[in-house]
Ligand binder design. Structure first.
Ligand SMILES: Nc1ncnc2c1ncn2[C@@H]1O[C@H](COP(=O)(O)OP(=O)(O)OP(=O)(O)O)[C@@H](O)[C@H]1O
Length: 731
């Protein structure tokens, strides 16, 4: 066995050396080609492509490939060793295979989809299905041109039948810094299917915590750009994520995959920009506080809860019928007379409005009709009997034109939204009625807030929809693809509005219902979103394997899901074992008798000291509320100079030691997590409390400690059997 590993290493080292020499030769040639600086278009394009190649090869040199697949197609005479890397590279001389195959190429899909066994394997190529035998699947770790590791995950000649997880486990065991990383070398079959799914489908993905949803979505973007290079462009793809700090956290993955320029935004930021509105900065934090800091637990959520109602397609229908009525009744009742003796009949204006300009949306239509009226006035002016009369008509005409325009409905989204909710007076001639379908409590509350100028996140989809119905898609440009991460917090209305701005329903919608801690506005079942699309335009995938955490942590978190959340969407761990989850009661041992800092604060501090003393790069303390995070931070910052508080207003994620409320930890991960106050005083017995705790526990990669005051929620007790209790050195 040793000998095999040794010879595999030598074989790969020699192949690496020859690959590097080949890259150098091509690079040298490119560098010696004089840079074209002239004005000839074709030459400029060639120069741009040479420059891109210079950059790609310089990058490729550092880590030319990560995998090798030996494959022999049924029609081929011999098996070929295919080397797979993040960027493809051709050979210097003409050859039957490239120097490096791009991981997104059809044949590279075998590297991910092949799960072992003696049976032939196949992949979909442009020329049809190619079938053959896989002989070897090998992972090769190269860093800065040095071969560090060779691991065979399948060898037809010597191994058992299945592809082994050994290399994956090695990769998962590494510590994390402050950035999400690419996973090209270890993409799993279930993930690969999503990454390579056809473009024009609204993919809805339910994935357990740590199943790689965010990572997979980013790889999918890179794949779509490769596979559909003539149809899509990075500038027309967008990722929606919950907050700006999360966008910062994921910002390295696409550049690592050689992809740039993809837009990244939060829904409120994009909506505000599209609407040309300035949103008050504190809105999101204020909303979070309202739900998460409420004493006595989460208020009850029903379909009449503001967020749920405003995210529903019921409101969409109300808006649609309101705008239709407004449109039908928009042309003022009277004929238009710019001055005595000149009359433009309403019937003519109606003809323009209802026939000639009917393809335009209402606001544009009004603009066209008013421009036509303006031209009519100018023609009429020419008929004036004298210069003095013309001057007089011109003045009167301008005034009456303005007054006539003011009689039309005000085609401004916010005004119409306020009218629908009766936050402003509605002119009698405009038939916007408060619909009986709006629950009285929502009507009252919204009118009150709108009068005060308060706009919440849930007001944005309806505003955008009104904007779209009034103006159409103004820029005319649509997204080629939209990714929505943490989609369980999105409402059906949000998705429906986005669908108006995307070509071919091309969505990747990812989330986890068990992490639906924003249930006051998000979906409660994926069917709510699937219902928005025709069956042929949507597909559903479930990711059940969790890659982030150790088996111990996953099993513990599964216990919370079963007995607290009441969910059967349990995570299947990769076989990676670590320390047991630890439950520590305040005041026992470590900090007892430590003066003012005995008990809770002393214990949190001791736990942080213990965990940050190990070889972890990121450690987080998760509290139930922001206030508690702030309080702990104030004390801990005296002892840990490099600790930081995450409070929802950050735009950058720094890694290291962090304190944050559990609801802001969603999407992030840490080597070690200390869940402070994991007790009944902070987490009630409702499913929502269990979801919060589930989110907190599943942030940990290697180590999870729960600190509490003795009274544990039943869903923690139910799983306590598989944990360790008390301080490690007290055992
Ligand atoms: N195939 C894989 N190979 C190696 N690491 C993986 C793989 N899939 C996922 N991971 C790792 O698992 C962790 C979780 O991934 P990610 O954050 O994308 O999951 P998620 O489903 O979005 O999680 P959550 O819903 O809990 O936020 C990351 O560290 C990621 O690198």
């Amino acid at each position: 066995m040793e000998d095999n590993i040794q010879s595999a290493y030598q074989e790969e080292e020699s192949r690496l050396n020859s690959a590097l020499t080949e890259i150098d030769t091509v690079l040298e040639k490119l560098r010696n080609t004089p840079v074209y600086t002239g004005h000839e278009f074709t030459e400029q394009a060639l120069e741009a492509s040479r420059e891109q190649k210079r950059k790609d090869l310089a990058k490729l040199r550092q880590e030319p490939y990560f995998g090798r697949l030996d494959f022999q197609g049924n029609d081929e005479d011999e098996r070929k060793a295919l080397y797979i890397g993040k960027i493809g590279a051709d050979r210097e001389q003409v050859s039957d295979r490239p120097l490096v195959i791009d991981w997104r190429a059809p044949v590279a899909s075998l590297f991910y989809s092949f799960t072992g066994g003696a049976e032939p394997a196949s992949y979909e190529a442009p020329e049809g299905l190619i079938e053959g035998l896989v002989y070897l699947k090998r992972n090769v770790v190269i860093r800065k041109e040095i071969l560090e590791r060779v691991a065979d995950t399948y060898n037809r000649d010597s191994d058992g039948p299945a592809v082994s997880d050994e290399f994956l486990v090695y990769r998962l065991g590494e510590n994390k810094d402050n950035r999400l990383r690419d996973i090209v070398s270890t993409i799993q079959e279930e993930q690969d299917k999503i990454i390579r799914a056809a473009k024009n489908t609204a993919l809805i993905i339910q994935g357990v915590a740590g199943s790689g949803k965010t990572t997979v979505a980013l790889h999918r973007l890179a794949f779509l750009l490769y596979q559909y290079k003539d149809q899509v462009s990075a500038e027309k793809m967008i990722i929606f994520a919950p907050n700006r700090m999360f966008l910062d956290y994921i910002s390295d993955v696409l550049p690592e995959l050689g992809v740039g320029n993809i837009m990244q935004s939060t829904f409120p930021d994009w909506a505000a920009q599209t609407l040309g509105l300035e949103l008050p900065e504190q809105d999101a934090t204020e909303t979070l506080n309202r739900w998460f800091e409420a004493k006595g637990g989460m208020p009850e959520i029903t379909e009449e809860t503001q967020g749920r109602f405003k995210g529903s397609t019921v409101l969409m229908e109300i808006i649609e019928s309101s705008i239709k009525l407004l449109e039908v009744n928009s042309v003022p009742e009277d004929d238009f007379s710019p001055w005595e003796g000149a009359v433009l009949r309403r019937s003519m204006i109606l003809r323009w409005h209802n026939e000639e300009y009917s393809p335009y949306p209402p606001a544009k239509r009004k603009e066209r009709v008013m421009a036509r009226i303006h031209r009519w006035i100018e023609m009429e002016l020419k008929k004036s009997s004298s210069t003095a009369a013309m001057k007089d008509h011109k003045k009167k005409g301008a005034q009456r034109e303005k007054a006539y325009s003011a009689k039309w409905p005000k085609y401004d989204p916010l005004t119409i939204y306020k009218q629908i909710f009766r936050a402003v007076k509605v002119p009698e001639s405009w038939p916007i009625e408060p619909s009986e379908a709006i629950p009285a409590s929502v009507l009252k509350e919204t009118a009150k807030e709108l009068k005060k100028g308060i706009l919440r996140e849930e007001d944005l989809p309806p505003l955008l929809y009104i904007h779209y119905l009034l103006n159409g898609n103004e820029g005319g440009d649509r997204f080629d693809h939209v990714v929505i991460d943490e989609a369980q917090d999105f409402s059906p209305f949000q998705i429906a509005v986005l669908d108006l701005y995307v070509r071919g329903h091309s969505f990747t919608i990812l989330g986890d219902l068990s992490q639906g801690i924003h249930a006051y506005k998000g979906v409660h079942a994926w069917a709510e979103m699937q219902a928005l699309f025709a069956p042929e335009h949507t597909a559903y995938h479930a990711l059940t394997r969790s890659y982030r955490s150790t088996m111990e942590i996953i099993e513990f978190a599964n216990g919370i899901l079963t007995s607290g959340v009441g969910s059967s969407l349990l995570a299947v761990p990769v076989f990676r074992s670590g320390n047991p989850v630890r439950l520590i009661s305040y005041g026992e041992g470590q900090s007892a008798g430590n003066g003012a800092e005995s008990g809770r604060i002393g214990d949190v501090r001791a736990a942080l000291a213990a965990l940050s003393g190990r070889e972890y790069r990121t450690v987080a303390i998760l509290t139930r509320s922001l206030r508690e995070a702030e309080e702990l931070y104030a004390v801990l910052t005296e002892h840990f100079a490099d600790i930081h508080l995450i409070d929802g207003s950050m735009t950058e994620y720094r890694g290291g030691l962090s304190v944050l409320p559990v609801y802001l930890s969603k999407g992030l991960e840490f080597d070690a997590v200390i869940l402070a106050d994991a007790d009944l005083d902070h987490y009630g017995s409702a499913a929502w409390d269990a979801k919060l705790m589930y989110v907190g526990c599943t942030r940990a990669l290697h180590e999870l400690w729960l600190l509490h005051n003795g009274g544990l929620p039943s869903y923690v007790q139910a799983t306590a059997g598989e944990t360790a209790t008390g301080w490690p050195n007290a055992e």
